[in-house]
Design a protein around this ligand. Structure first.
Ligand SMILES: *Cc1c(COP(=O)(O)O)cnc(C)c1O
Length: 404
């Protein structure tokens, strides 16, 4: 079981006020908050062993290198990758996706097809559009139904011998839908296509096992799992990472350089040009330690309770419509109230210390599907409480009264 009052003490930011009211932070799908245990690791790094890695013979450089590589091993273990060099440090999900899209540009040709889902974040749409322009490949989209679930029979019909890649998020950031990635991966592989799963939203709530999933690429950002911004990872099967060309040239990613020819370093360094976010990588490992100590089963169970409670309370409000009612979903609730603009509600909630997201949530095609400009999105993490949901409902009712 999860002791939420004890957990809340780990997050200094949860003690602050906003506009004179205690902060209620319900914008976790955009970024999560950072526990003291991770902040301490960041302070320790810059206070005690800040140095560039892999290059120095001196002690600080070796300490920093050890900590950075140990964190890579933690990430490997967490996602159950077979080998640590299958974990590539990146600046986050967006960077990881662009790395893979860039690599595939040299492998695909006109007539090849790639498939994305209707539920994607812009970071999993735009790189592929750019990719199709470069390669002449065609982009196909798995449609969704009114509940915000992908229509799998349509997916089956899209797959054919020209399909080379399938890109899908594990969990939709706009609606909270958990996609059946096991099915999607199995079918793609049967058609001879590779699969990239965007795990930015799943990693805070679930513990994916990349070997059990047999996924080809899996990507996420540390800042959505209680870690710092600007760091994330790309998991890729070794055979795929060997096939893809490097993304950026520079230091750290080479074996030998001359003006005639440069040879590239092996994995993972081939994809890690330049000085990386060293402290960020170490803190990413610490964030996974923190979440694993609480336990992902406990986290999921508690967050499901918050989701059920929040959904039931919101549904009592007249004129309120929830978007995304998939059977399988996580603690994200997207909604609108009558014809009130989401932005107006968000602004009033902020005056009352409540942070929610309003807008299209980087998923405009989903908003177009529902023919709405955007939604209000409340997203919960394991450090949120039912009492906060109660206060949110009271504030929301006030906002609705003021605006109608
Ligand atoms: C947040 C998010 C991203 C983008 O992550 P960055 O850290 O901004 O690169 C991509 N996909 C999903 C589903 C997300 O929730």
């Amino acid at each position: 079981m999860l002791d939420v009052q004890k957990i809340r003490k780990d997050f200094p930011i949860l003690n602050r006020t906003v506009n004179g009211k205690p902060l209620i932070y319900f914008d976790n799908a955009a970024t999560s908050q950072t526990p003291q245990q991770v902040i301490d690791v960041i302070v320790d790094y810059y206070s005690n062993y800040n140095a560039n890695i892999h290059r120095g013979v001196h002690s600080l450089s070796q300490e920093a290198t050890d900590a950075y590589e140990q964190a890579r091993n933690k990430i490997q273990k967490h996602f159950n990758a077979k080998q640590s060099h299958e974990i590539i440090y990146t600046a986050g999900t967006t960077h990881s996706i662009n790395l893979v899209a860039n690599g595939f540009s040299s492998l695909l040709k006109k007539g090849d097809e790639i498939i994305v889902s209707a539920l994607e974040h812009h970071s999993n749409i735009v790189p592929w559009q750019m990719f199709c322009e470069r390669t002449g490949a065609t982009l196909k989209v798995i449609p969704m139904n009114e509940n915000g679930e992908l229509i799998l029979s349509d997916y089956d019909a899209l797959l054919n011998e020209n399909t080379k890649l399938v890109f899908v998020n594990h969990i939709s950031n706009a609606l909270g839908t958990i996609n059946p990635i096991e099915y999607i991966i199995e079918k793609a592989h049967a058609a001879g296509a590779a699969v990239l799963v965007d795990g930015a939203q799943s990693c805070p709530h679930l513990k994916p096992d990349v070997q059990a999933l047999d996924v080809d690429f899996y990507v996420c950002s540390a800042h959505k799992i209680c870690g710092p911004t600007g760091v994330g990872m790309l998991y890729g099967k070794e055979e795929w990472l060997n096939k893809l060309p490097p993304y950026q040239g520079g230091g750290e990613m080479i074996a030998e350089v001359s003006f005639e020819k440069t040879t590239y370093a092996g994995l993972p360094h081939k994809f890690e040009a330049g000085t990386p976010n060293i402290c960020g990588g170490i803190a990413f490992g610490a964030a996974l330690d923190y979440m694993n100590a609480i336990g992902f089963e406990n986290i999921a169970e508690y967050e499901n309770e918050l989701l059920a409670y929040g959904t039931a309370e919101l549904q009592k409000i007249e004129g309120l419509k929830i978007y995304g009612t998939a059977k399988e979903k996580t603690s994200v609730i997207s909604f609108n109230v009558g014809t009130i603009h989401p932005y107006d509600i968000g602004t009033i909630l902020d005056k009352m210390g409540i942070a929610v997201r309003t807008g299209h949530h980087c998923a405009q095609p989903i908003m177009d599907f529902y023919k709405i400009p955007g939604t209000i999105r409340a997203s919960f993490m394991f450090y949120n409480t039912k009492e906060e949901i109660d206060a949110f409902i009271v504030a929301l009712k006030k906002a609705i009264m003021m605006l109608s």
